[in-house]
Design a protein around this ligand. Structure first.
Ligand SMILES: Nc1ncnc2c1ncn2[C@@H]1O[C@H](COP(=O)(O)OP(=O)(O)OP(=O)(O)O)[C@@H](O)[C@H]1O
Ligand SMILES: [Mg+2]
Length: 254
C-alpha cells in the first residue's frame, strides 16, 4: 500500500477571478520513499503539500493516506512549513516541544527529546530564545526540529532550507538523508532548487508553471550516499534544469 495516492487532483482557489493552482495531478508516494516536488515559484507546490497534509481541500480528484482519507497533521504525519510558523510567545524549546506537550509526554523526557532535536539541527543553547531573537535560518531549523521531535513516519517539508546559507543547507540536507535512512521515514520535500532535488530524491515530480501539472516524474536511481560534484549527479541536474526551462513560457524581449 502506498503512503499517498493522488488521483486526478485539481485545486481552484475561489475568488474573482478564481485561481487554478493545480490541474489533473496523479502520482503515488511509496512508504520509505524520498519524493521531491520541484517546480517554479507559484506553480502550486505548497498547495499540493498542504493538500497532502490535510490542511487544504482539493477541488476535484482524490488523495488517500494509507488508503484512508487524510485527517490532518499530527501523529504519523509531520509538517515543516515554508515560513516555519513558530508561535512568537513561546520559546524555541517550547515551540519544538509543542507536540509532546499536547500528547502529555512526561516533562523530563520531553525536555530531553527537545534538546536532542535542537542539537541535531544545530540549535544547541538556543532553546530559551524567542523566535524574534533568532535568524530566519534558525527559525527554519526550529520548524524542522518541531516536526522531527514527534518521530512521525511521514514528513512533509516545504522549502525547509530556503533561508539558510549554502554550507548549512548542505549540512542539513546530509543530516536529513541520514535521519531518513536510519529511521526509515517517508519524505515529501518541496523545492525549486534543482541541485537540492537531485541530491535528495528517489523520484522527482516535476511540475509545470501554474496551473501546476505533472510535466515528468524522474527516477534517480543513483547510489547513496551521493557525493556533491559527482559527474552523474551533475549530468542529471543539467538535464532536469533543461526540462524545467523548457516548461517556462517563452520570454518576450521588448
Ligand atoms: N489561499 C490562497 N488563495 C488564493 N490563491 C492562492 C492561495 N494560496 C495560493 N494561491 C495561489 O495559487 C498559486 C499556487 O501557489 P503556491 O503557494 O501553492 O505556489 P508555490 O509553488 O508554493 O510557490 P513558491 O515557490 O513561491 O512558494 C499561486 O498563484 C498563488 O497565488
Ligand atoms: Mg510555496
Amino acid at each position: 500500500m502506498p503512503a499517498f495516492t493522488v488521483r486526478s487532483l485539481d485545486k481552484i482557489y475561489p475568488g474573482a477571478p478564481p485561481v487554478r493552482a493545480l490541474s489533473n495531478i496523479s502520482f503515488s508516494v511509496e512508504e520509505g520513499e524520498f519524493i521531491v516536488l520541484l517546480g517554479p515559484s507559484g506553480c502550486g507546490k505548497s498547495t499540493l503539500l498542504e493538500i497532502l497534509a490535510g490542511l487544504q481541500q482539493p477541488s476535484g480528484g482524490s488523495v488517500l493516506f494509507r488508503d484512508r482519507p487524510i485527517i490532518g497533521p499530527g501523529g504519523e504525519l509531520g509538517v515543516v512549513f515554508q515560513d516555519a510558523s513558530l508561535y512568537p510567545w513561546r520559546t524555541v524549546a517550547a515551540n519544538v516541544g509543542l507536540g509532546l506537550e499536547l500528547r502529555g509526554v512526561d516533562k523530563v523526557q520531553a525536555r530531553r527529546l527537545v534538546e536532542e532535536q535542537l542539537s541535531l539541527v544545530g540549535l544547541d543553547g538556543f532553546g530559551g530564545k524567542f523566535p524574534h531573537q533568532i535568524s530566519g535560518g534558525m527559525k527554519q531549523r526550529a520548524g524542522i526540529a518541531r516536526a522531527l521531535v514527534n518521530d512521525p513516519d511521514v514528513i512533509l517539508m516545504d522549502e525547509p532550507f530556503g533561508a539558510v546559507d549554502y554550507v548549512t543547507r548542505n549540512k542539513l540536507q546530509e543530516d536529513l538523508i541520514r535521519i531518513w535512512q536510519q529511521r526509515r521515514k517517508t519524505i515529501v520535500f518541496v523545492t525549486h532548487d534543482v541541485g537540492e532535488a537531485v541530491f535528495l530524491a528517489d523520484r522527482i515530480v516535476l511540475l509545470s508553471p501554474r496551473p501546476g501539472r505533472i510535466a515528468e516524474i524522474v527516477t534517480l536511481d543513483l547510489l547513496r550516499p551521493r557525493r556533491r560534484g559527482d559527474i552523474e549527479l551533475l549530468q542529471r541536474e543539467a538535464r532536469i534544469y533543461e526540462a524545467l526551462r523548457a516548461l517556462e513560457p517563452t520570454a518576450t524581449v521588448a
